[in-house]
Design a protein around this ligand. Structure first.
Ligand code: HEM
Length: 416
C-alpha cells in the first residue's frame, strides 16, 4: 500500500472533518494512506489500528488526558485519566468493580423500563427532538442513579458537562472560560454538599459515591479531593458519551429502513448491532499519548515526549482490519474495534455504554420503527464526543404497537 509519507495536516482539517459530523470517508482514507500525520504544531496523529496496538504494547507510553484543552482549568488531575503506572492501577482496581459487566447487566431491565417511561412522554406527539427528549435524558438519569445523585439534577449536571466539553460559539474565549469556571465552582459546591450528606449516613449507600467514600486503598480511605477529581472525570466521560452514540446512530438509521427492518426481524442481533454502531460512530474522536523515549512506529521515528493523537474513529475504519469499513454490518464478526481505547486507560464505562446503547436503541425502535428526520441534525463543534445538536424526527403514531410491553420480554444480552 502506498502511504502519503510525512503528510502535513493542519489540525483544523481534522477538526473540520469531525465537526462536519461525517468524518468517515476522510478518516477511512487517512487510515488507508497516511498512518502518521505530522501536524503543523509538531504533534503527530496515528490513524491505523495495528500501529495503535503496537504503541500500547511499548514501555514508557504515558497518557496525556483525553479531554480538550481548557477542561480541568480550575481543578487538579482527572483521576484516573491523567495518571500512569502503579498509581493509575491502584485507582482502576477500586473503580473497575463499580462498572463491571455483571453489575451493568444487572441494571439492564431497569434501564429498558426507564427508556420506555421516557418514550411514553412523547410517543403520542408524532414528533420529537430526540437528543433532548431521549438520547441525553435516559442515559443521563441512569448515570445519576448509578452515581447516587438526585435524578432531578440531570438538567443542571448536563449544563456542567456542556461547559467542560463544548464551547458555546456565541461566547468569546474569555467569556467561555468564565462560564466554565463558574459552572465548575458550582459543581464542586454541589458535590461536596452531596458527599457531606452521604458521609453522615450510618451505612454507606450502594452507589458509586457511597463506595468511593468508604473504599480503602492500601488501608487508607480516598481523600475528599480524590473523590471530587474522580467524580469530575466520571461526569464528563459518562454523562453524555452514550447520548452522543445513540444520537448519531438514530440519525444514521433514519436513512436506513433496511437496517431498522433487520433489527425488528431478528431480536437476537441487538448486541452485535450495538457493537457495530459503536465501531462505526466511534464518538470519542481522539486521545493523547506520549513516549518517554524516542520510538519507531509505522516506519517513522517519533522523538521522546512528542504528543501523539490516537484518532480512534480512523482506526475503526481501517480497511487493513475491517472488511468494507464504511459499511454498517450489524452482524460484523469479529469486530475488534477500539472505540473504547486501548491499554490501561481503556474505557471504564464500556460495559455501561454497551448495555445502554443496546437497550436504548431497542426500546426506541420497538416503539417507533419507522421515522424520518425533519431537520438537519447540525453537529456540535468540539467533537469529543462527536454528536449531532439535535435529532428531530416525525412518525406515524399508529405504529406504537408495544405500548403494553413489559420488561420481562427483554431478552438477556451479553456484555463482552
Ligand atoms: C459510547 C460511549 C463511550 C465511548 C465511545 C468511550 C470512549 C472512551 C475512550 C476512547 C477512552 C480512552 C481514553 C484514553 O485512552 O485516553 C475512555 C476512557 C474512559 N471512559 Fe469512556 N467512553 C464511553 C462511555 C463511558 C461511560 C458511560 C463512562 C462512565 C463510567 C466512561 C468513563 C471513562 C473513564 C473514567 C475513562 C478513563 C479511564 C482511565 O483513564 O483509566 N466512558 N472512554
Amino acid at each position: 500500500m502506498a502511504y502519503e509519507a510525512h503528510m502535513e495536516v493542519h489540525p483544523a482539517v481534522l477538526v473540520g472533518a469531525i465537526n462536519s459530523g461525517a468524518p468517515h470517508e476522510r478518516f477511512q482514507q487517512l487510515a488507508a494512506t497516511c498512518p502518521v500525520i505530522h501536524n503543523v504544531d509538531g504533534s503527530v496523529t496515528l490513524t491505523r489500528l495495528a500501529d495503535m496496538q503496537e504503541l500500547h504494547r511499548m514501555r514508557g507510553i504515558c497518557a496525556q488526558g483525553l479531554v480538550a484543552a481548557g477542561v480541568g482549568a480550575s481543578h487538579g488531575r482527572l483521576i484516573p485519566l491523567d495518571l500512569d503506572g502503579p498509581e493509575h492501577t491502584r485507582y482502576r482496581k477500586v473503580l473497575d468493580p463499580l462498572f463491571s459487566p455483571k453489575r451493568m447487566l444487572a441494571r439492564e431491565a431497569e434501564f429498558f423500563a426507564l427508556s420506555n417511561e421516557v418514550i411514553d412522554r412523547f410517543i403520542d406527539d408524532g414528533e420529537a427532538e430526540l437528543y433532548a427528549a431521549y438520547c441525553k435524558y435516559a442515559p443521563g438519569i441512569m448515570f445519576l442513579r448509578l452515581m447516587g445523585l438526585p435524578e432531578t439534577d440531570v438538567e443542571e449536571l448536563l449544563v456542567f458537562n456542556d461547559a467542560q466539553l463544548r464551547t458555546d460559539p456565541a461566547l468569546s474565549a474569555a467569556e467561555a472560560t468564565d462560564h466554565r469556571n463558574s459552572v465548575t465552582a458550582r459543581f464542586y459546591e454541589y458535590l461536596n454538599a452531596v458527599l457531606d450528606e452521604k458521609a453522615r449516613l450510618a451505612a454507606p449507600p450502594d452507589d458509586v459515591l457511597g463506595h468511593l467514600l468508604h473504599v480503602e486503598i492500601e488501608g487508607a480511605r480516598l481523600t475528599r479531593s480524590d473523590i471530587v477529581d474522580i467524580t469530575f472525570l466520571l461526569m464528563i466521560a459518562g454523562l453524555d458519551t452514550v447520548a452522543s452514540n445513540l444520537a448519531n446512530a438514530l440519525v444514521r438509521l433514519a436513512d436506513r429502513p433496511d437496517l431498522r427492518r433487520q433489527l425488528m426481524d431478528d431480536p437476537t442481533i441487538w448486541t452485535s448491532a450495538a457493537e457495530e454502531l459503536i465501531r462505526f460512530e466511534s464518538v470519542v474522536s481522539f486521545s493523547k499519548r506520549a513516549s518517554r523515549d524516542a520510538i519507531e512506529i509505522a516506519g517513522e521515528v517519533i522523538p521522546a515526549m512528542t504528543t501523539m493523537y490516537m484518532l480512534w474513529p480512523a482506526s475503526n475504519l481501517d480497511e487493513s482490519t475491517f472488511h468494507e469499513p464504511l459499511e454498517i454490518d450489524l452482524l460484523r464478526s469479529p469486530n475488534p474495534h477500539i472505540a473504547f481505547g486501548l491499554g490501561k486507560h481503556r474505557c471504564l464505562g464500556s460495559h455501561l455504554a454497551r448495555m445502554e446503547l443496546r437497550s436504548g436503541l431497542r426500546a426506541l425502535l420497538e416503539r417507533i420503527p419507522d421515522y424520518r428526520l425533519t431537520e438537519d441534525p447540525d453537529f456540535r463543534t468540539g467533537g469529543n464526543p462527536r454528536s449531532p445538536k439535535m435529532v428531530s424526527i416525525a412518525w406515524d403514531t399508529a405504529t406504537d404497537n408495544n405500548r403494553d410491553r413489559t420488561v420481562a420480554s427483554l431478552s438477556k444480552g451479553h456484555l463482552e
